[in-house]
Design a protein around this ligand. Structure first.
Ligand code: SF4
Ligand code: SF4
Length: 359
């Protein structure tokens, strides 16, 4: 049976939850190479709730130092295309300081591994994964409790997409082609290096159309587990979704990575559903027939990004981050080429002004 801890917390007392997590899941870090990977989606301020809060990162770093870790790396691969944003992301989010001198840009050194799942039909045969992740003795993942427009939720499994350096993430988005394949691919990437311990920042969560939504929710919890499927299942339950409605979890169980069945998960703490939690549009496909699912994907796939002229600053981040170069500046605003766009919504995720809408 899997176990999941749900601990009350705020950002002034994360260390208590972290201590409880290590007590319940006593990973041995003494003398080991420890990798700590928060969700550092993009440069943003902590109060925007887009990335793992720096207070949790600091608490985990303090803990592994106190346990005598041999070496520590704190890092992630933010964004889609731009390796240079790594340091900027850690500085602006406060995670650089929280890392206490252990930050490293893990996007600059990667190892090529075989990756040729059938559903990608030969469009790719290998990918690169940050060496620091693959060579860690102990890998601690720190996801953010968020919704996600393509995977419904962003927790432990989705956080592992960041083990891949920037531009390759964009390429995988491009070759995956549709949300179903994208979810299968997320699970296969997760399986490349499953975390030993997962500690989720659910103090300030995100609802609505994540992972960069403006709709935030005070939840006041830190979750922990040694199994990503189990902790994501508990996140789903708290969001008000049955885990079997989350394709990511179904594919992960098929692959033998864990069980999402709540009867098989022992929860310590209060994992009650969050009243009125707002889910992304993808929830419409839960319980759908194959025909309805196809129609849902088709309708989503027909949406195209549009910049709000009142919010857009013309920074061109979306243009740089689009994996298929479907955006270009026309005057002060980015404009999409509908024929090239694959509806991955990366531009919406990466826009620092949250200026992109779908139409
Ligand atoms: S839509 Fe956002 S990312 Fe794109 S240019 Fe405008 S502000 Fe920058
Ligand atoms: S324009 Fe936006 S939604 Fe379309 S492919 Fe580029 S990043 Fe993805």
């Amino acid at each position: 049976m899997h176990r999941v801890l749900v601990h009350d917390a705020d950002y002034s007392n994360c260390r208590q939850a972290v201590d409880a997590a290590f007590e319940m899941f006593p990973v041995s870090v003494a003398g080991k190479k420890v990798m700590i990977k928060p969700n550092a989606l993009r440069a943003s301020n902590a109060q925007q709730g887009i990335v793992t809060h720096h207070a949790l990162v600091a608490a985990v770093v303090e803990k592994v130092v106190s346990l005598g870790a041999g070496s520590i790396i704190v890092g992630d691969n933010p964004g889609m295309m731009n390796y240079g944003d790594n340091e900027k992301t850690f500085k602006q989010t406060g995670m650089m300081e929280a890392a206490g001198g252990y930050y490293r840009n893990i996007g600059t050194d990667a190892v090529k591994v075989d990756f040729k799942p059938n559903y990608l039909q030969g469009r790719i045969d290998s990918i690169s994964v940050s060496r620091a992740i693959l060579e860690a003795d102990v890998y601690i993942s720190l996801p953010k409790f968020k919704t996600h427009g393509l995977s419904l939720l962003s927790g432990a499994i989705k956080n592992n997409y960041g083990i891949i350096p920037g531009a390759l993430k964009a390429r995988l988005h491009a070759v995956s082609g549709n949300p179903e394949t994208f979810n299968r691919m997320l699970v296969d990437v997760y399986a490349l290096r499953v975390p030993d311990l997962i500690i989720v920042d659910g103090v300030l969560g995100m609802e609505g159309n994540g992972p960069a939504s403006v709709e935030l929710r005070e939840i006041g919890k830190i979750l922990a587990s040694d199994n990503g499927v189990a902790v994501d299942a508990v996140i789903a339950k708290m969001m008000g979704v049955s885990p079997e409605q989350v394709p990511l979890l179904v594919f992960a169980r098929e692959k033998g990575l864990g069980n999402y069945d709540l009867k098989e998960i022992q929860v310590t703490g209060d994992a009650s559903g969050i009243p009125g939690f707002k889910l992304p549009p993808m929830i419409a496909m839960a319980d759908a027939t194959p025909e309805d699912r196809l129609s849902f994907f088709t309708s989503r796939s027909s949406l195209r990004p549009k910049a709000d002229e009142d919010l857009c600053t013309g920074c061109e981040t979306c243009v740089e981050q689009c994996p298929v170069s479907a955006l270009s500046m026309e005057g002060p605003l980015p404009v999409v080429d509908p024929a090239k766009c694959i509806a991955c919504f990366c531009c919406q995720e990466m826009c620092p002004e949250q200026a992109i809408h779908l139409a």
